[in-house]
Write a protein that binds this ligand. Structure first.
Ligand code: ATP
Length: 359
């Protein structure tokens, strides 16, 4: 049965031979609801794998507690925890057939042959693995091997399913197919999933909840849309999607509206997340590339420095008030396009602007 996962003040400090300490994970708190797909996302070294390994029980906690449902699992060894991990390296047994690999954990649990068949057959159906049942892992493609690894984890019916960058050894196209498959099966079976990746598009497409980590701490937790549209820091805005920043100071605020004075202009920005600001505070306006309207009708003058036709979009770089802005125009066919050197004006689609603290 799917279980919730709660991390309470979880900390991991590694100490090397020279007694130098690394705070890999630094007092994090997180709640993952049962049946939810949560992704830990962040740059290399931010602590995502260490967090996942602590949930799995492969790594002891330096401080804090981890709960599966109401049960504190801190003292429970990995092989006794109600969770299974799918690894980047597949970790299949090379001398066993696909079927035997998938059954391995159930045989260890001493389930009868009928019980094993009852669990394995539907999973092999879902994952389209029957044709390969008698093959050895080295006779399979990378994608097929990862499917076997996933099936082997699923038949255990774990309370929590953990994924450590499971798709990073696959080519780009197969990664997309497999991630769709993982999401479909996770939803169908209602499993609680915790997934580690540094690939933002993977995180966006898979997750109910994204946890953005930076230097051992959690920067922000939210749905993919919240993380993209209402980032709470420059780090998150820059890490998820592409962001331009216009620096300025809060001039005034009322209810859900902030007026920000930048070097060249004054912009009103809706602010609908938990951040609060004071007048005079240095801030940055996050401007997504698709929020920039380029034409000749506005008063804010800019100069095109780069223009690239990409088929479905036109990419621009424009020089505006000493800042280089990256802009994209969707569906450029039929719209006027501009070339490097053209004088244009820029406007910003107000709905897509967002304010974060300057640092
Ligand atoms: N066994 C260890 N001993 C010492 N330091 C470690 C150990 N494992 C991880 N670290 C350090 O802890 C920090 C977090 O590492 P972690 O592997 O959790 O990051 P990550 O976000 O998963 O990175 P990546 O995407 O590169 O795998 C890093 O600074 C790393 O060097």
């Amino acid at each position: 049965m799917a279980k919730s996962v709660k991390l309470e003040n979880v900390t991991k400090t590694f100490t090397d031979d020279q007694r130098k300490s690394t705070h890999a994970v630094d007092h994090i708190n997180l709640h993952i609801k049962e049946g939810q797909f949560t992704t830990l996302l962040g740059p290399s070294g931010c602590g995502k794998t260490t967090t996942l390994r602590m949930i799995a029980g492969f790594e002891d906690l330096s401080e804090g507690n981890i709960f599966f449902g109401d049960e504190n699992v801190k003292q429970i060894p990995a092989n006794k925890r109600d969770c299974t991990m799918v690894f980047q390296s597949y970790a299949l047994f090379p001398h066993m057939t696909v079927y035997d690999n998938i059954c391995y954990g159930l045989r260890l649990k001493k389930l009868s042959k009928q019980e094993i068949d009852k669990r394995v057959t539907p999973i092999m159906d879902i994952m389209n693995l029957h044709v390969n049942a008698n093959r050895m892992p080295n006779q399979l493609s990378g994608g097929q091997q990862q499917r076997v690894a996933l099936a082997r984890a699923l038949v255990m019916e774990p309370g929590v399913l953990l994924f450590d960058e499971p798709l990073s050894n696959l080519d780009a196209k197969l990664r997309i197919t497999m991630r769709d498959e993982i999401r479909r099966i996770q939803k169908k079976l209602g499993i609680t999933a915790v997934y580690v990746t540094h690939d933002q598009s993977e995180a966006m497409s898979l997750s109910d909840q994204i946890v953005v980590m930076n230097a051992g701490k959690i920067e922000q937790v939210g749905t993919p849309m919240e993380i993209y549209q209402q980032p709470t820091s420059k780090f998150v805005s820059d890490f998820i999607g592409t962001a331009n920043f216009l620096d300025g100071k809060v001039e005034s605020q009322s209810d859900d509206m902030l007026t920000v004075q930048t070097k060249d202009t004054k912009l009103d920005v809706y602010q609908d997340n938990a951040l609060s600001f004071r007048e005079g505070q240095p801030v940055s306006i996050v401007v997504r590339p698709e929020a920039i309207i380029i034409d000749e009708q506005g008063t804010e003058k800019a100069k095109v420095t780069k223009s690239v036709f990409m088929g479905h979009i036109q990419e621009y770089e424009v020089e505006y008030g000493g800042v280089s802005l990256y802009a994209i125009v969707a569906d450029p066919g039929g719209k006027k396009t501009y070339s490097a050197g053209d004088e244009v004006s820029v406007r910003f689609s107000q709905q897509s602007l967002h304010v974060v603290p300057a640092s």
